[in-house]
Design a protein around this ligand. Sequence first.
Ligand code: PMV
Length: 331
Amino acid sequence: MNHATAYANANIAIVKYWGKTASDFNIPVCSSLSMTLSGLGTTVSLDRNEQRLSHELVIDENNASVAATQRWNNYLEQVRTLFPYQGHIRACSSATVPYASGLASSASFFAAAATALNHVLNLQLDNKQLSRLARLGSGSAARSIFGGMVALHGGEHCDHEDAFAFTPVMHHSLDLHMVVAMVTTQEKAISSREAMLRCQKTSPFFDAFVTTHTKDFTQSLTALRNGYFAELGQIMEHSTLKMFGTMWSAQPAINYWQPQSLALLDIVYALRREYGPIAFFTMDAGPNVKVLCQGVDVPVVVKAFAMAQATSRIVVSGLGSGAQIINVDTP
Ligand code: PMV
């Protein structure tokens, strides 16, 4: 099988992964919890050819930038050390999620790529093993292998085997939705990879982020299991703001926020003052704002955001499915 096409949804972290261990295997320094989003993701087609002299990457029918091609090449060469194969691989990707704007495009890309590689290299990996393979490309990609709410093991003492994703228990009463408010879909100036490294090296708050993180992660799993929506939302905002604390205190400081981002956060605070704990925000390495709410409250959140005119696009996602193969070579 030399060709395979796979699709993976993006995921948004509820409890953030921020920082890596010294290992070469892209291991997060802390565990994380995320929601896989329906309808926002990336399709990746792979073609392996023994005559091709280098790996290639095509994004939306254009050759990828030098930096993106280099990252793809490094990924495939690391995969080759774990699972030896012949030839080189060309990837063509198309996404319903904007590229590199803090909307987890790399997570959905590498989850789809790992899923397609499983077939192209005939690896026969299960989802737990696939999550490790996806993590080598992007830490958060491990979580997009699974659907719904997903956790990823991380920590200073984790090795490649330990750092896999899994599905935690979720209470049946939760009807979790994410309202994604796009402020801009422009590519970010600093990648999350570079930003987290700088924070880890230079922010005086980074150690505090890590030491307080285990409590957030453990409590988030308990809230999810017991159906405590408001507690889950509070932990998410706390984890988000602690992560940004490390960015603003890095040297040089990193800022992804735009005036519209702050305007949207104000709307979330106003919604809570009016209706109680129905909506909680999160942001990642970009200016876009995502709001966690329950299905019944989606209309009020969307209406408030639409009225504010601070967004270029609003997308509502429920719990999305895990990465899937769409098409493979017939043997
Ligand atoms: O997987 P990466 O390298 O794109 O980093 C993801 C970092 C955050 O999105 C900010 C947090 C997370 O847990 O997804």
